[in-house]
Design a protein around this ligand. Structure first.
Ligand SMILES: O=C(O)C1=C[C@@H](OP(=O)(O)O)[C@@H](O)[C@H](O)C1
Ligand SMILES: C=C(OP(=O)(O)O)C(=O)O
Length: 422
């Protein structure tokens, strides 16, 4: 895909549904009694992998024009899959489904693509084993493929070393099947979509600071889930709108859950002209329209408890920082090394290629912004966030930017290039 300096972005855009909430809607819908209807479901490859895993376990999932219908079979209604479960490129599918599989009365194997087979799974194997689960890494390297033999589980209080909603959700989902209360405490609060959705399906979930606690064996009841637009997808339009002179863009129906809205806070810190309109709550999730106007940005510091609230947005935030005046420091972002690619390394490499003055650090980067970016040939490393972030960089750089292996945007945002270049 080729990108050149863009004309101003004007008008309105609606981004696809939230990936995290779409995954959870399928999972809890499958475990509930009755039919769950999901509207604005994200039909990206990752969420389709979640659908396919549950279909292999006997759940009927219908796609109509405007909604997905999940015919739930109750907490104990899944059946043993006849073939290996394939999570594709999706860390969320792999880790969350493992918590569910740990509590079943059957064994199965779970794998994913080459990237998934390199991502760390010990972070879920450890707490699941503490609960009594029988979960092994088939190649004994702490990664997928995983063999999971369902077992009786006991409730635990788990102190997670990482702020990860995938770890937290995995343990809470396993907690549905435990013999007592299960709680997870994390160093910083990560996204709380699982807690909110579990509660709406009828589970008893309490949160206190960075600890979430679930009671076992609820009856989950099918719900109507209206998925808000994904703030992680809106992030590319927020960045493009702020960076491209003359832009004024209204991004409609975006989820602004405070455990996900770090990008909005960082934009404000950087001096962005950004307004939230029509703020409302939809299925327990805060939603708004975001009005973005081109702005002169200044460097900032991004660290600590802010990091989990914008973890997937850091690649495009780095692009914004490269175009801002002054220095931006990103710390405590080592998790970026274990996403679809080593995002820390690739951001530093790609921005350097475009002429940015940037230094990688152990857990982040220092970006001395303000030097004009120029076009370059940049590979996505099959990482959707990298492809989309550098497509945005290509709209502000001098000359031509080419993104190779650009199709991977289908993981979280099919139609991204059409929307960006329209
Ligand atoms: O729970 C989720 O839906 C997600 C959690 C985050 O991962 P971690 O929990 O590994 O930080 C995020 O990067 C991912 O895109 C989606
Ligand atoms: C890290 C991501 O997703 P996952 O962990 O589900 O693969 C992402 O979407 O940026």
């Amino acid at each position: 895909m080729l990108f050149h300096k863009s004309h101003p972005l004007k008008g309105e855009i609606t981004v696809p549904g939230d990936k995290s909430i779409s995954h959870r809607g399928i999972m809890l819908g499958a475990l509930a009694n009755g039919t769950t209807s999901i509207t604005n479901f994200l039909k990206g490859a990752d969420c389709l992998s979640t659908i396919s895993c549950f279909q292999k376990m006997g759940i009927e999932i219908e796609e109509t024009e405007n909604e997905i219908l999940v015919h739930g079979k109750g907490l104990h209604g899944l059946s043993a899959p006849k073939e290996i479960l394939d999570a594709g490129n999706s860390g969320t599918t792999t880790r969350l489904i493992s918590g569910i599989l740990a509590g079943q009365n059957f064994s199965c194997d779970l794998t994913g693509d080459a990237s998934i087979q390199k991502r760390p799974m010990k972070r879920i194997m450890t707490p699941l084993s503490m609960m009594g689960a029988d979960i092994t890494s088939v190649h004994n390297n702490g990664c997928a493929p995983l063999h999971i033999k369902g077992a009786p589980l006991k409730g635990i209080s788990y102190q997670s070393p990482v702020a990860s909603a995938q770890v937290k959700s995995c343990v809470l989902f396993a907690g549905l099947y435990a013999d007592g209360k299960t709680s997870v405490t994390e160093p910083f609060l990560s996204r709380n979509h699982s807690e909110l959705m579990l509660s709406s399906f009828g589970a008893s979930v309490q949160t206190c600071g960075t600890t979430a606690t679930i009671e076992p064996e609820p009856v989950l009841t099918a719900q109507k889930v209206e998925v808000p637009g994904d703030i992680s997808s809106a992030a590319f339009f927020i960045a493009a709108g702020l960076l491209i002179p003359g832009s004024e863009l209204l991004i409609k129906n975006v989820g602004i859950n405070p455990t996900r809205d770090g990008i909005l806070r960082v934009c404000k810190q950087m001096g962005a002209n950004l307004e939230l309109l029509n703020t409302r709550t939809q299925c327990g999730e805060p939603v708004a329209d975001i009005l973005v106007k081109h702005s002169e940005l200044n460097g900032t510091v991004i660290e600590g408890d802010l990091i989990p609230t914008l973890i997937d947005e850091l690649p495009v935030i780095a692009v914004m920082a490269a175009c801002a005046n002054g220095e931006t420091i990103i710390r405590n972002a080592e998790e970026l090394k274990v996403k679809e690619s080593n995002r820390l390394e690739i951001i530093v490499h790609h921005l350097s290629e475009m002429g940015c003055d940037i230094t990688g650090t152990e857990d982040g980067m220092i970006i001395r912004g303000g030097k004009p970016l120029h076009g370059a040939v940049l590979d996505s490393h099959l990482d959707h966030r990298i492809a989309m972030s550098f497509a945005v960089a290509g709209l502000v750089a001098d000359g031509e930017t080419e993104i190779t292996n650009a199709d991977c945007v289908n993981i979280s945002y099919p139609g991204f290039y059409r929307d960006l270049l329209r």
